[in-house]
Ligand binder design. Structure first.
Ligand code: 13P
Ligand code: 13P
Ligand code: MG
Ligand code: MG
Ligand code: MG
Ligand code: MG
Length: 361
């Protein structure tokens, strides 16, 4: 029977500022899942920066009400303690007071997939802080469509036919499926625009699920700009799918993503271990962590903290150099995001104040 892998995450309060999750909250979440999570096969609680991450396996399928309620209640319990500790932005991502069957639209980010567990089932959970769902577009393209990243597309008979990408329009609320490699030029028109179009799922040509990302965009969910949703991504590996090292390889070159300070800046995504996922410099730069698990009848065997590897040291060094460089631009674009993408803005007020002083030309 099929296994469901569900990752639900939220920022329920930062310590200190937006840098980290208080260890007490991690304990509360673990206890909650242990005591109330009878429907789970296994779980792992972790964090990347100020985002609390619940990784869960079960047999309930995607959008499972019981599992979503369990996660919601765990996050809610953490938010209550965060309020007592007066942590920063306590309850920030829990936008509604009550649960209504599914955490989607309530604030937390969700990525989940249901599949028949293979003879060996290596999976990677990518988790990022100080960025947005579009941050996965470039790495997903490289993993599943770029032969310079993934040699399996060239030399593995089980991958040679390519993949299908489901792209979601976060503003128009529409989706489309692109076939790769046939349609990569068309697809890149959209997925290169990371603030609007997200790669939400990748399938094999036989419709086997290969990757799923969280594509909530909180600023539009609540009708006003609440914040960029620090995203998660699940990737299955090996045996007709990218090798583990092919899935990790895109992060060896730190690409620029939107987020960072006040959710209003472009900056390099730096791959780090969970221990180093405490974004501090200018509240960043944006972090990405990758935890690997082997599934065994739904049990999470692991985790392996992939970006601990010294082989990512040069990526880190490069990211820090890019950070120094782009920081020197201060409040100028393209370090600062363009007006429509700013998480904080004084634009309407300042424009209003100066209205009478602009002269027609
Ligand atoms: P092994 O020879 O270690 O199994 O590795 C095979 C492989 O696919 C590496 O990407
Ligand atoms: P988070 O989205 O991680 O809470 O960060 C927000 C922010 O304003 C950082 O400067
Ligand atoms: Mg925060
Ligand atoms: Mg910590
Ligand atoms: Mg965050
Ligand atoms: Mg954010």
């Amino acid at each position: 029977s099929k296994i469901t892998l569900t990752v639900i995450k939220a920022d329920v309060g930062g310590s200190v500022g937006h840098t980290d999750v208080h260890p007490e909250l991690l304990e509360i979440a673990k206890e909650h899942l242990k005591e109330k999570g009878k429907m789970l096969i296994d779980f792992c609680v972790t964090h990347v920066g100020d985002d609390l991450e619940l990784i869960m396996t079960h047999k309930g399928g995607v959008d499972n009400k019981e599992v979503h309620k369990l996660a919601w209640d765990a996050l809610w319990a953490c938010a209550q303690r965060a309020k007592e500790l007066k942590l920063y932005g306590a309850g920030q991502d829990l936008l509604k007071d009550s649960f209504s069957g599914n955490v989607k639209g309530l604030g937390p980010g969700v990525a989940e997939m249901e599949f028949e567990e293979r003879k060996s089932e290596p999976v990677i959970i990518f988790m990022a802080d100080k960025t947005e769902p579009g941050a996965w577009n470039l790495p997903l393209y490289k993993m599943f469509a770029d032969p310079f990243n993934t040699i399996g597309l060239v030399i593995d008979p089980s991958m040679h036919q390519g993949f299908k990408f489901e792209v979601y329009d976060m503003i128009g609320h529409k989706k489309i499926i692109f076939e790769t490699p046939q349609e990569i030029y068309d697809m890149l028109v959209f997925i290169g625009a990371t603030g609007r179009y997200c790669v939400r799922k990748v399938y094999t040509k036989n419709n086997e699920i290969a990757a799923v990302s969280s594509t909530q965009r909180m600023n539009f969910m609540a009708g006003k700009y609440i914040g960029k949703d620090d995203p998660v991504l699940i990737v299955r590996c090996q045996n007709g799918l990218p090798a583990v090292g092919e899935a990790l390889e895109p992060f060896a070159n730190p690409h620029l993503v939107a987020g960072w300070m006040r959710g209003s800046h472009n900056g390099p995504m730096i791959p780090v271990s969970i221990e180093d996922a405490v974004p501090t410099r200018f509240d960043g730069p944006p972090r990405v962590c990758a935890l690997g698990f082997q599934l065994a009848e739904g049990k999470l065997i692991g985790p392996q903290d992939f970006f601990k590897d010294v082989a990512f040291n040069n990526a880190r060094k490069k990211a820090l150099e890019i950070a120094d460089y782009i920081r020197s631009m201060g409040p100028f674009e393209p370090h600062r995001l363009h007006l429509e993408e700013l998480e904080y803005t004084t634009f309407p007020q300042v424009a209003e104040k100066l209205q009478g002083r602009w002269e027609e030309e």
